[in-house]
Structure formats: C-alpha cells, structure tokens
Design a protein around this ligand. Structure first.
Ligand code: 5RP
Length: 223
C-alpha cells in the first residue's frame, strides 16, 4: 500500500468508529491535513446524518462545508464528543508532534475539549523518540526572534517557516534537532516563553486512541 492508501484506510477506520458512536446531538471535531481530509471525505458520505462539526482550520472548515456538513464555532457548542486528526509523529504513549500544517493552536484547543481524541496516521509517523520531525511553534510575529533565541538556549535550532501565516495571523518556527526525552516537561517549558502562542507537542493531552495504518493492516493502539 502507498502512504496515501494507508492514510485513506485509517481515515475509513476512524469513520467506521465514529459512525458506530454517532448520536443525534454528536458534535465531531475535525483535524487538518491530508489524513484528516480523507476523514472529511468519508463524513461527506453521511452528511445528512451529521449534527455538526468543529474544524481545526479554515481549510478543513471549507472542505466540510463543500460536503454540506454544518461547521460550528467552538464557543457556540462548548465541546466536541470526539476529535479525529492526524499527526506528524507519535510515540507509543500517543504523545504527538503536530503542526506540520500550521494548525496546531486550533488543533490543541479542539483536542482539549474532546471527550475522546482519535489520532489517525500511517506507520511512518510512529517513532521511538519524538523530535526528528521539526517541532512547530506558533509565535506572535513581534516575538519571533526573541522566542528563537530562547529556544536556542534550550538546545533547539529554530527555523522561520517563510511565507506561512497561521489562521490566527501568527508565524511558525520549526525547531530542528530536538531529541524529546521528556515531552510533557518540554511542552510546559516552551509554553513559558513569552510570545509563544502554542507548541506542537501534544503530550499533556495526547491521543486516547491511535489508528495506525501498517503494511500488515490497521492497528488500534491505546496509551
Ligand atoms: C496539521 C497537522 C497534521 O495533522 C499533521 O501535519 C499531519 O498531516 P498529514 O495528515 O498531512 O500527514 O498537525 O497542523
């Protein structure tokens, strides 16, 4: 199977799971990225049965609406029953690196409100130690170089993602050369830097269930 076929397969598996728990009032949180897009396309097949969704990006909201699926502001619904999203890396504890698509802040907010967070990923995303994928950090534009200098003190190599403006009007720094042995601690440390809006470590609130596409089939992994 190609990587795209694996992404499609895990999206379908997540859809089957969500459909099995779907109730009249269920609000589904929907992530961002190519894997999440496959999930959105599955949802499109039952758009008439979906009460509503909350999207983690403008791009996902647009795709959902194209399928005729209602999209709500998180403030008006309060929380989501289930949140389905991809990841850039996951470890076996289902702690994640996210933000390759620059949507990390809204993703973290929606995930925080979710009763259940289901991560969908192909096997290339599973790692022993997080950090090979550069860790995205959303920063207030004015603070970008200050935050970058603070990150160098922590041992990372920040690179400004040129031309990228987040849905919140901020910039992204990608932090290279981190070997993240203590994800929760680093997540908290990064949050302490003035000017950081959000970092792409999802360790405090990792996933509750990982649906992983592998060459030998789909595996469900719990933390
Ligand atoms: C976007 C994300 C995505 O979930 C992550 O980048 C994975 O993307 P893809 O499914 O395209 O591999 O965090 O901000």
């Amino acid at each position: 199977m190609t990587q795209d076929e694996l992404k499609q397969a895990v999206a379908k598996a997540a859809f089957d799971y969500v459909e099995s728990i779907l109730e009249k009032d269920t609000i589904i949180g929907v992530g961002t990225g190519t894997t999440a897009n496959f999930f959105i396309d599955e949802l499109g097949k039952i758009s008439h049965r979906i009460n509503g969704t909350v999207a983690s990006s403008e791009e996902s909201a647009r795709r959902l609406k194209e399928h005729g699926i209602p999209v709500y502001d998180l403030n008006s619904v309060g929380f989501v029953s289930v949140y389905v999203d991809g990841a850039d890396e996951t470890n076996k504890h289902l702690q994640l690196i996210k933000g390759g698509g620059a949507a990390l802040t809204r993703e973290k907010i929606v995930a925080a409100t979710a009763d259940e967070f289901i991560c969908i990923a192909d096997e290339s995303k599973m790692v022993q130690i997080l950090g090979k994928f550069p860790l995205p950090i959303e920063v207030i534009p004015l603070a970008r170089s200050y935050v970058a200098r603070e990150i160098v003190k922590l041992g990372g190599d920040p690179v400004y993602r040129e031309g990228c403006l987040t849905d919140n009007g901020n910039h992204i720094l990608d932090i290279y050369n981190l070997e993240i042995l203590a994800p929760r601690e680093l997540e908290q440390q990064l949050n302490q830097i003035t000017g950081v809006v959000c970092n792409g470590l999802f360790a405090e609130r990792g996933a509750n269930r990982l649906i992983l596409g592998t060459s030998t089939g789909i595996k469900t992994i719990l933390p």
